[in-house]
Design a protein around this ligand. Sequence first.
Ligand SMILES: Cc1ncc(C[n+]2csc(CCOP(=O)(O)OP(=O)(O)O)c2C)c(N)n1
Ligand SMILES: [Mg+2]
Length: 323
Amino acid sequence: MPYQEEFLLRAYRSMKTIREFEERCIKEFMGGNVPGFVHASNGQEAIAVAACIDLSDSDIIGSTHRGHGHCIAKGCDVGGMMKEIMGRSSGLCKGKGGSMHIADIDKGMLGANAIVGGGPPLVNGAALAAKTLGTTNVALSFNGDGSANQGTTMEAMNMAVVLQLPHIFIYENNGYAEGTAANYGLGCDSLTDRNAGFGMPSECIDGNDFFATYEAIKVATQRARDGGGPTSIEAKCVRFDGHFIGDPQLYRGKDEIKNARKDQDCLKIFRDRVIKEGWLKAAAMNAIDKEIMVEIEKAVADGLAAPHPDPATDLLSDVYCSY
Ligand SMILES: Cc1ncc(C[n+]2csc(CCOP(=O)(O)OP(=O)(O)O)c2C)c(N)n1
Ligand SMILES: [Mg+2]
């Protein structure tokens, strides 16, 4: 068996936790329990987990506006995240960040980022710190197909090549930037070829396939740890929900999502593969499913019961930080 059972169970647990977390966030948002905007990443779980599963807390990731899955895959506390999304003072960022600004430096989670293309320059900083300090740490940025067109993203790719930074640029190409299809918004046929033009190894893989994604990112991560510089990985994937929760999605084809949920569900694909290969038993995964449902139920109950920040004491704190 090419993978340890413990590794496969951990991968499944992480992906399934993201799926249930997102599906529950959608429900709670629709029920009026979540303020602000929420962008769910259900459908894209395999990429987050494949990218983060081998990382340590000293490896850094930078996320996007669609960042819940990246946080969970990097080890952020699910209860603390739910409280944060609900705007409670015991949330991971004291309820002041919400869905689009979750960060947990102790876990190497530099932050979600509401600025499209805002992440890669920050992640370059983390990668430069690793290189300057002579560690073997790596830094990964998650990017969308839409953010690929931002100047900040392209500047960051160029600088990562020039400085040979240990930065892996992961492009989650879910086919849309808000309501604009990637085949309209990208002025080239292949994001992978465009990124190779910056002078870094560049690969395109099926992001619905956990194993293909894991193997590609593993090679890129090892290259970065060995001083071989940055890599671009484009992972083709599917966004199961709208751009934001509540998006009517009138720009998507009839049955597009129904068909994607049937044929391109990374969790189903993972389950089918590990059962077919005889690597895991369905019963072991079903048991994990049950544990996750309990964990999510508790996260929601705790979140709803937790206090909001107190304007009298919390409004003006954390505005500046001291070094
Ligand atoms: C600098 C900037 N421009 C525009 C927006 C508005 N906006 C938020 S998400 C988004 C689309 C991003 O698409 P993509 O990078 O493909 O990520 P996805 O939503 O598909 O995960 C846009 C245009 C923004 N938040 N920041
Ligand atoms: Mg996109």
